[in-house]
Design a binder for this molecule. Structure first.
Ligand SMILES: Nc1nc2c(ncn2[C@@H]2O[C@H](COP(=O)(O)OP(=O)(O)OP(=O)(O)O)[C@@H](O)[C@H]2O)c(=O)[nH]1
Ligand SMILES: [Mg+2]
Length: 306
């Protein structure tokens, strides 16, 4: 809980940290890239732009790549369609998916096999039945391991709704002709764009212990109120209609849930954790945090000063 309500709309996050295990993970990806035929990049459908690691461009430039917009059940179909159109215009092969759904297995296997069709044919022409190897990459917590388990039809890879669950590479054999490599979620050294950094924080790609959770939760509420006010207000019934600082929204969550300590003090830290947990579990809002129409303004406005 914070002593004062000093969080205001000018507060900025500063997440220029790069944990050692990520530097190690990046080296591991570099070392293993030659072993794979295809790179499957998983992004969160709610913020595909924020999830795209600028390092991946140079790391995987000579590989066949597909983008899977996962957790598409947590965004709106209109936003998903808009992002698919955007990727198509960029010449990037992208698909929407819900890895937790049973249907994901068939869809994902056919996407990967399709992407590897020319490679398989090239080998078949030489009389070799090639084992297709795909590396599954992306920022933390986007559902890489969930997808691999779904495809493998078993809990081979550890999953969890927090970043950094997968710590090292893991090969999972799907069939005699398809193998997938699970990899640790990778962030890059400097999260320069504060809007995009916020989106990564909202979806749980950045460890909460290096963040100011009250700032992140209050800004998330403020952002969601702009995008889907009815959904947010029906979850937290006592949010103020008007507010001067986003911190007042956390107080509204405390009122809605009865998070009041002795002396009438609001337990805003508890409210923040609840808001983040509920958002990440898909209980608050079903919408994108960013849309293709907003890319230019997001990229031209590096500081978070809404
Ligand atoms: N709603 C929804 N939740 C999903 C989907 N895919 C994965 N999840 C959830 O997202 C959380 C993170 O999944 P993981 O598979 O551990 O993510 P990861 O990308 O492997 O994460 P790291 O190993 O930490 O990089 C879990 O709680 C999953 O149940 C999806 O399509 N929809
Ligand atoms: Mg994982």
């Amino acid at each position: 809980m914070t002593e004062s309500n000093s969080i205001n709309t000018d507060t900025r996050i500063n997440i220029n940290w790069y944990p050692g295990h990520m530097a190690k993970a990046r080296r591991m990806l570099e070392e293993n890239i030659k072993l794979v035929d295809i790179v499957v990049e998983i992004v969160d459908a709610r913020c595909p732009l924020a999830c795209r690691n600028p390092d991946f461009e140079s790391l995987f430039k000579n590989k066949i790549r597909i983008v899977i917009m996962n957790k598409s059940d947590l965004s709106s179909s209109e936003n998903n369609k808009a992002w698919l159109r955007y990727f198509k215009l960029q010449g990037i092969t992208a698909f929407e998916l819900v890895s937790t759904a049973a249907s994901a297995r068939k869809i994902a296997v056919s996407l990967i096999e399709n992407a590897g069709r020319d490679t398989i044919k090239k080998y078949l022409d030489k009389g070799i039945r090639k084992v297709l190897r795909a590396m599954v990459i992306g920022v933390p917590n986007v559902g890489k391991s969930t997808l691999i388990n779904r495809i493998a039809g078993a809990s081979r890879a550890q999953v969890g709704d927090r970043p950094g669950v997968t710590r090292s590479k893991q090969w999972v054999k799907v069939s005699d002709y398809l193998e997938l490599m699970d990899t640790p979620g990778l962030l890059w050294g400097k999260l320069e764009n504060e809007t995009l950094a916020m989106h990564l924080a909202y979806i749980g790609s950045i460890r909460d212990d290096v963040l100011d959770v009250e700032l992140i939760a209050s800004m998330l509420l403020k952002d969601l109120l702009l995008r889907c006010p009815e959904q947010v207000r029906s979850r937290y019934k006592k949010l103020p209609e008007e507010f001067n600082t986003s911190y007042e929204l956390l107080e509204g969550v405390c009122r809605s849930r009865g998070f009041v300590l002795s002396g009438g003090v609001f337990d805003t830290e508890r409210a923040s954790r609840i808001v983040l947990d509920e958002y990440r579990a898909g209980k608050i809002a079903f919408t994108a945090l960013e849309t293709p129409d907003e890319i230019e303004s997001i990229l031209n406005k590096p500081n978070y000063d809404k």
